[in-house]
Design a protein around this ligand. Structure first.
Ligand code: AHR
Length: 308
């Protein structure tokens, strides 16, 4: 097709406006809303035509959207994949149609890495390590083991798998820490709240620290704990990932102890990668974003400068 022939030619030799089909996985969290905003704004700023589809956390809907983009013969497809597996076939269809695919935020496990051009996102393994390092330094293991409750994100999503991996890596190198309960909360406020409610129905409260894979779930957990008169941030230490404004507010209130930053502001990097690709430039296989951790001490000073 014309698209295959044009693939490596400088963009300006064949068309002015780049058509990008973007399959966003959903709108499940404050992080995700900021991510969508960042991508839409960056596309607008650069005059890129973004065709946006929200999949409502359904892989089936994502696959249907990607197929639609292939039929539309867009120049580039961007996917934020809800889970990491089950993508071989549809990515092969895009490749056969000569349409390059970029991954934004989450990764895929595929047989052939040439099915996508690059992945832009955070180092989720390091985020998990950072969370457990904070617990190790701030919830010391004494005679009794430190009991940790883990609220995982969407199961089989790359941030869930990798945050858990990084967290357990540090945990396994330090005796006296144990994950005594671990359930998925789908990266939503309601999901985080339900994990705690479910735990309360079936257990005596014996938790020292909570590791929530994102802020929304931590905030839901905080709500549930308060209903049981457990003081979040004091009776139980809580660490989560993202660094949203609401999480900073919860730190200022003393209810959340630490957030490991994961930036959703991927739009500018993503659009630059798309332009480079269309200009025939080679892309690195991974583009990693720069992040840090925040605690209650600095939350007040930092809140006004948070962009999401
Ligand atoms: O994939 C990134 C994760 O997905 C963020 O941590 C979470 O908030 C979002 O829903």
């Amino acid at each position: 097709t014309a698209y295959v022939e044009n693939q490596n030619k400088p963009r300006n030799e064949y068309k002015e406006i780049i058509d990008v089909g973007y399959s966003q996985l959903g709108s499940e969290s404050a992080w995700r809303l900021a991510n969508t905003r960042s991508i839409k704004e960056a596309a607008k700023d650069l005059g890129i035509n973004l065709i946006y589809e929200d999949a409502d956390q359904s892989q089936e809907k994502q696959i249907a959207a990607i197929r639609k983009f292939i039929d539309m013969k867009v120049d580039v497809i961007v996917i934020s994949p809800v889970v990491d597996n089950g993508w071989n076939e549809i990515l092969q269809e895009a490749k056969d149609a000569g349409i390059p695919v970029l991954l934004s935020d989450r990764k895929v496990e595929v047989e052939d890495d040439s099915l996508y051009s690059t992945y832009i996102g955070a180092d989720f393994i390091e985020e998990g390590r950072r969370a457990m390092r904070w617990i190790k330094e701030n919830v010391p293991a004494e005679e009794e083991a430190v009991n940790i409750l883990e609220i995982q994100g969407t199961l089989e999503a790359s941030p869930t798998v990798e945050r858990k991996q990084g967290f357990e890596e540090i945990l396994n190198n330090n005796s006296g820490y144990e994950i005594v309960y671990s359930k998925g909360g789908d990266y939503t406020y309601a999901g985080g709240k339900e994990v705690i409610e479910e735990y309360m129905k079936t257990h005596e409260w014996d938790i020292d620290a909570i590791f929530a894979h994102n802020d929304d779930m931590a905030l839901g957990a905080i709500k549930a704990l308060e209903a049981y008169e457990i003081e979040p941030g004091k009776d139980v230490k809580i660490v989560s990932v993202d660094g949203t404004r609401k999480a900073f507010e919860a730190m200022i209130e003393g209810k959340l102890n630490c957030v490991v930053e994961c930036s959703p502001l991927l739009g500018p990097q993503l659009m630059k990668a798309i332009q480079d690709l269309m200009d025939g430039k080679e892309l690195p296989l991974r583009i990693i974003t720069d992040e840090k951790i925040y605690t209650q001490d600095e939350a007040k000073d930092v809140l006004s400068s948070r962009k999401y």
